[in-house]
Design a protein around this ligand. Structure first.
Ligand code: PCA
Length: 332
């Protein structure tokens, strides 16, 4: 019996005004607004919409989550703070957007550390306890995390070596890419996905590293011509909830959220693989020159990746070492 029906039965049995029972029903309904950064037709967003539907169904409509995609309610850069402050109860971000707050937020974006889905899942397992602890200290509870497809290099002409990137304006979505750009002698420019087409069209940027998914979402063929499939890393998004907002839910609602989140995580990992295959094909079909990296380019990026991982380890201390040790113990 649900809380509402129990109350209703009690009210009827004891002769209380039935209206009171309905007042109780209205008060038991919770509505959550959920800001997310990526477009409504992106696979992460679609997965979140299914999560919201699952929660609504499992709670019999008592917890309703309205998804606001594309930074339409709150801009990407503000989402984490907004959920910490309870301005929004729940949200999605790419983890590495917070890389400058703590090394634990950067580990899934270290270039060439974990470049395939299996390795990425192992890295997540190694990172997760530290990620949860860090978020907990910020008043946030991790619900799940899922990867983007592998990151490749987009440009307006063929790039054969890291030297070819010198002096170019390099679009970033986190501080780690900023460091890649700097090590390549390029100029980092932070830009969010909704602003990409305009940024390229107006010459604010020349190159970017992102997935085939985002290339297709933003119609990269309109402003770029080449894609180098360097498979540099698989950055992950995370969905988290404000701990106080979560604590205010009934036990049944908490269970519904956690179960829907666990299902979303599994769906998200699978959807990402499907997305990689579908969007690699779509990029080619759209006329983008799709290439494997030239050996010199690969060697140059490998060296940059090693430098960045060493720098990260130096800054991440004992926790960083423990994450990498756990990852490597999990085998690649
Ligand atoms: N797309 C997002 C994050 C990683 C990705 O593949 C972006 O370009 O910002």
């Amino acid at each position: 019996m649900t809380r509402t029906t129990r109350r209703f039965a009690l009210a009827a049995a004891t002769g209380f005004a039935v209206g009171l029972a309905f007042a109780g029903t209205a008060a038991a309904q919770t509505s959550w607004d959920m800001p997310t950064p990526y477009p409504s037709n992106n696979f992460h967003t679609e997965n979140i919409v299914v999560f919201a539907q699952d929660v609504e169904t499992a709670t019999g409509g008592k917890l309703k989550i309205t998804v606001h995609p594309g930074g339409s309610l709150i801009k990407h850069a503000e989402i984490k703070r907004a959920v910490r402050q309870g301005i929004a109860p729940i949200g999605e971000v790419i983890i590495s957007l917070a890389a400058n707050e703590s090394p634990v937020y950067a580990v899934d974006s270290l270039p060439f550390l974990a470049t395939g889905y299996e390795a990425s899942r192992k890295l997540y397992a190694a990172q997760k306890p530290y990620l949860e602890k860090r978020l907990d200290g910020e008043g946030l509870k991790l619900l799940w995390s899922e990867p983007w497809p592998p990151q490749g290099l987009y440009s307006k002409r063929e790039i054969k070596s890291v030297d070819d990137l010198k002096g170019l304006k390099f679009r970033t979505y986190n501080a780690v890419i900023g460091r890649i750009a700097a090590l390549a002698g390029a100029i980092p420019v932070q830009i969010e996905v909704p602003d990409l087409p305009t940024a390229f069209a107006t010459g604010r940027v020349d190159v970017m590293i992102t997935s085939a998914s985002t290339g297709v979402d933003t119609k990269a063929q309109d402003y770029l011509s080449h894609y180098n499939d360097i498979q540099a890393w698989l950055p992950r998004d995370m969905v988290f909830v404000n701990k106080s907002a979560f604590a205010r839910l009934s036990d049944a609602e908490k269970k519904a959220v956690l179960e829907a989140a666990a299902a979303a995580e599994e769906r998200g990992w699978k959807a990402s693989r499907d997305e990689m295959n579908a969007k690699n094909a779509a990029l080619k079909a759209a006329g983008i020159v799709f290439q494997d990296p030239a050996p010199e380019l690969k060697a140059g990026f490998d060296a940059i990746g090693k430098t960045i991982t060493d720098e990260w380890l130096a800054s991440a201390g004992a926790d960083g070492k423990a994450i990498l040790d756990a990852y490597r113990a999990g085998g690649k």
